[in-house]
Design a protein. Structure first.
Length: 287
């Protein structure tokens, strides 16, 4: 396969529809808490060294700051162009002689006002170079972990993976444990989840299979995470609980600024800086 235009359009439409349903659900949770907070949306176009890239695509940054969600970003983007020769060497299927790419995806990070409610990250994407592949996953990041929440989160993603291949979940869970680790702290960023990349699409059949898995990952997130939020958002918390949350957020910021591949990819491909850095918490401390 050499022309993935139609496939990219289908993936883009799915990511945008998932964004709409997630944002509606998060706004419904705010309504339940007596808040009128809503998402604001800001479109952006791809740039290179501060200058617009003609036909380079772009995206929409969605951001809400509410009573339950202290800060949540849900971004979608579809960009295309060429990598720098140096960066192309690090990307699957790209090289200095053929550095063109397309990338479409959804990226979400939620930092919660109540320390008992776990923060969360979810991202799924479809990329093409000389190759085409899906990647993504989700991971739970509780300042105050609950075994019940962790078990429910993992079980829901396992069900999504098992529907496609029983080998997927143990592989993707281990991949998440390895990826979401802060080497200089020697701790994991949270309680894990799943992470996958380079699910290659060398045929229409492979695309359909990997696209179906990626859709089910999105559905799993939309099913399980709002349930966890509603379970914990009314719990009382202490100043000590909040302090623990703020210290944990500092470690979260360290990971995203130092190790996260998505942050690097966005900055290297002319993405919107505010959208890329929406993963950073609104407040954090370093003791």
């Amino acid at each position: 396969m050499t022309d993935w235009t139609t496939h990219t359009a289908r993936a883009r439409a799915w990511f945008e529809s998932l964004r709409d349903r997630i944002c509606a659900e998060f706004e419904a949770i705010e309504r339940e808490a007596g808040s009128d907070a809503r998402f604001t949306y800001r479109p952006w176009n791809r740039e290179h060294e501060g200058e617009p890239v003609e036909n380079g695509g772009g995206g929409v940054q969605g951001l809400m700051k509410g009573q339950v969600f202290e800060k949540v970003g849900v971004n979608v983007s579809t960009v295309h162009g060429a990598f720098s020769p140096e960066f192309a060497r690090t990307i699957n299927g790209a090289d200095p002689e053929n550095p063109t790419f397309t990338a479409t995806g959804i990226s979400l990070v939620a930092h919660m006002a109540n320390p008992h409610v776990p923060a969360v990250h979810m991202n799924t994407r479809f990329l093409t170079t000389r190759k085409a592949w899906f990647g993504g996953g989700g991971d739970l990041n509780p300042p105050l972990p609950y075994e019940e929440d962790t078990a429910d989160f993992h079980a829901r993603f396992q069900a999504a993976c098992d529907a496609h291949d029983p080998a997927y979940h143990p592989r993707f869970k281990a991949w998440a444990d390895d990826y979401f680790f802060i080497p200089h702290r020697k701790v994991h960023r949270g309680v894990g989840g799943i992470f996958y990349d380079h699910l290659e699409c060398d045929s229409d059949a492979a695309f359909e299979a990997n696209f179906a898995l990626t859709r089910d990952v999105g559905e799993a997130f939309l099913d399980v995470y709002p349930r966890l939020v509603r379970r914990r958002m009314g719990q009382a918390f202490t100043a000590q609980d909040e302090q623990q949350m703020l210290e944990w957020r500092g470690r979260y910021a360290e990971f995203n600024l130092v190790y996260d591949r998505g942050t690097l990819f966005g900055l290297k491909t002319g993405g919107n800086i505010d959208a890329i850095l929406m993963s950073l918490p609104p407040r954090a401390v370093w003791s």
